[in-house]
Design a protein around this ligand. Sequence first.
Ligand SMILES: [Zn+2]
Length: 302
Amino acid sequence: MKLVYILSQRYSGSTLLSFLLGTHSDVATIGERRKFYIHSFEKKGSDTLRCSCGQFFPDCEHWKSLKEGVSDRINIKTINTNPTEFRLSDNKYIRKGLFELLKLSLKYNSPLLRIPLQSKLKSFSQFNRVLVEESLKLDGADVFLDSSKVIDHLIFLSMIEAFDIKVVWLTRDPRAQVNSALKYNKWSVADATERWKIEMQENQFWLKKLKINYVSLNYEALCHDPTVEMNRLLNFLELNPEDFSLDFREQTQHIMGNYNMRLGSDSKIVERKEWLETLSQEQIRTIESMTKDYKAYYSKTV
Ligand SMILES: [Zn+2]
């Protein structure tokens, strides 16, 4: 089964990209696959978040059908930790320890280290495979798009044999990313920049280690020339560009992700450049001096 994964840091435009790719007739997506279980089985009637179609999750027909399809094939009662979040344990310390063990086993090619995790990994694999199969069936598509973003999830997905994975690594200008990170966290500019760099290095490391086939896409370039960038992307994904549309606002899609995303009603895709007004000159200089080696990721339109 073909699975396309959007790997990106937060606030990089991954929701926008999910909507764009979701217009393709061969693509099925629910946005962030990781959130499927919580919305379908954990929150039950109390879910007050909305699907991108405008309905609350428990009321959305698409979600109901997908949930039914999965429940028919998997005994939900036997599941004790969230399989779409790949929760190895409900205890956060144990979970962290087990995940470190998993990464070590992959880093040093030692499957023996994974023995304590085997039954969990097997149940994760089964659940996610069924979810993807049901989603493809429901949409009559053959490529499943997952915008769960984080590298940790890609590590788990890469271990599921049924998936043939291709990654779109979506990046954004570090100055814009740091600006967004500062809005939501109490970090200094240097801290936020350092975190950005570490995440870039982590992503690079794992893509190489897991030998994953990927293409890079820059958010600013996508906004600047969506036709060219989307064609390049579709070509890499072996999807026919003729079955794709930039008018993603015209279609009803059932996507979970950034609920507050300002999709707007504008027919154009506009690059968000708030950082130019929000960051001080000194802050910009700090970021630029720390990201000298990453100039390829800077916006070309500033
Ligand atoms: Zn919906």
